[in-house]
Design a protein around this ligand. Sequence first.
Ligand SMILES: Cc1cc2nc3c(=O)[nH]c(=O)nc-3n(C[C@H](O)[C@H](O)[C@H](O)COP(=O)(O)OP(=O)(O)OC[C@H]3O[C@@H](n4cnc5c(N)ncnc54)[C@H](O)[C@@H]3O)c2cc1C
Length: 233
Amino acid sequence: GWQHRFPATAYAMMCTRPLLDWVVRDAILAGGRIEVEHGAEAVELAGDRSRVTGVRVRDAGGGEPRLLEADLVVDATGRASRLGHWLAALGLPAVEQDVVDAGIGYATRMFKAPEGTHGNFPAVQVAADPLTRQPGRFGVVYPQEGGRWLVTLTSTRGAPLPTDEDEFTGYAKVLRHSIVSDLMSVAEPISPIFQSHSGANRRMYPERMPQWPEGLLILGDSLAAFNPVHGHG
Ligand SMILES: Cc1cc2nc3c(=O)[nH]c(=O)nc-3n(C[C@H](O)[C@H](O)[C@H](O)COP(=O)(O)OP(=O)(O)OC[C@H]3O[C@@H](n4cnc5c(N)ncnc54)[C@H](O)[C@@H]3O)c2cc1C
């Protein structure tokens, strides 16, 4: 069934990932104490199984990796962290981890919002019905900076994600309410459709390792990444 209507008590600020990254980066660099290695990719840990002494990085232009020495290395490379491989290269065993995967997938497309909707347009969400015993399908329209709407259509395992324009439009129409489809019909698509299947819950247990090298920390999604439905980031 449907929930009764009640006065809004939650307030969300929505923006694209590049804007969020930019604002955070700007604020951090304003302090003047941090130096960024632009375009550098971490490829390997330096040190041995008892102590990490730095990280080898490769520059965007290619070439041989160079060593950045460090007293403390923090792996914050996110869900796709290669830390397990890096620890194995130091001779350490695999880190235990739990993975719980609901098979969630996202198909996302950016739209130009119609005139007159900029400003306080609300976030729109149509949730799946957990009682149907069918794969879950849900959809959202999230206003973004620059007069744009981010439309994301989501499925759990067994409901194939839309890949092209016709499928995207059709998928929005079979949600439990037509509002996502109605809003899409008055907006102009301005991006391709992007798919993401990186929604599994994964937690690593470094504390269960028989030995952990000094000078190494793990943070954020590298350590524990959850189903995006939980908005855990
Ligand atoms: C589809 C989706 C939707 C989500 N929606 C929400 C939401 O609505 N609300 C919410 O709170 N959370 C959400 N999350 C979760 C949130 O995005 C993450 O929890 C959060 O971004 C984790 O931050 P992080 O800094 O640990 O990793 P990340 O944000 O993944 O940052 C890791 C960074 O490391 C860089 N990197 C990776 N490898 C290397 C390397 N070898 N060398 C150098 N740099 C490297 C990457 O380019 C990236 O910039 C969502 C996640 C997904 C997948």
